[in-house]
Design a protein around this ligand. Structure first.
Ligand code: GS8
Length: 221
């Protein structure tokens, strides 16, 4: 029997994008279902499949839900072993990989979001904080082509999905990653050369338009 794979998602979500890239890397066919998060109209299926967090993405594999993007990507890696692995096999390297995913999950989204959802001093501080976090990540990348070394993997997937937001973060937060983190920008360009990434990431200008629309809804502009 063919696997039934359904993804509950929302188009600009850096978390949902992780899952789309991982599924593309593994060549898994799936049904994409868009959730209307702008109008807070979550489907009954989403509430039923992720009753605790009520967030996208949710991967529904043969009727069973898997929640939380970095957990979903690891599930995909374990379930569809055939294609190139997304995590290293060495236990120590796996632990390091998970450490950096955890760092990204704890540190990046908060200041990123504040660059475009706040105003004035708070917005300026968010831009500075975001840059400092990116500098830490750039140091960790070092001279390697990808975070795990020679191969594109889990840490790359978890961070690259923010790259379509960089333009918005930079415009609203008034900073330049090209100036402060040139190696990270090179890394992002390298990742985007991959089909799985290029096909998944939405246009940065479309994300910017989305930010403007939400700011207007919140009465920020
Ligand atoms: C975050 C998912 C998330 O915030 C993960 O999957 O990695 N830690 C989770 N999803 C958002 C959309 S993207 O900003 C979401 O579903 N929000 C709806 C809500 O919070 O009600």
């Amino acid at each position: 029997m063919e696997d039934e794979v359904i993804l509950l998602d929302f188009w600009p979500s850096m978390f949902g994008l992780r899952v789309r890239i991982a599924l593309a890397e593994k060549g898994v066919k799936y049904e994409y279902r868009e959730e209307d998060l702008v109008n807070n109209k979550k489907s009954d299926l989403l509430l039923q499949m992720n009753p605790i967090n009520k967030t996208i993405p949710v991967l529904i594999h043969n009727g069973k839900p898997v929640c939380e993007s970095s957990i979903i990507v690891q599930y995909i890696d374990e379930m569809w072993k055939g294609k190139s692995p997304l995590l290293p096999s060495d236990p120590y390297q796996r632990a390091q990989t998970r450490f950096w995913v955890d760092y990204i999950d704890k540190m990046v989204n908060g200041p990123g979001r504040k660059t475009w959802q706040t105003k004035g001093e708070e917005q300026e501080a968010a831009g500075k904080e975001f840059t400092e976090i990116m500098k830490v990540l750039e140091m960790q990348l070092g001279e390697k082509p990808y975070f795990g070394g020679e191969a594109f993997g889990l840490v790359d997937i978890c961070l690259i999905t923010y790259s379509c937001w960089f333009y918005s973060y930079e415009r609203f937060g008034k900073f330049s990653l090209e100036a402060d983190c040139p190696k990270l920008i090179e890394w992002a360009k390298r990742c985007v050369q991959k089909d799985s990434v290029a096909k998944a990431l939405p246009d940065e200008k479309k994300v910017f338009e989305f930010c403007l629309e939400i700011r207007k809804m919140f009465g920020l502009d």
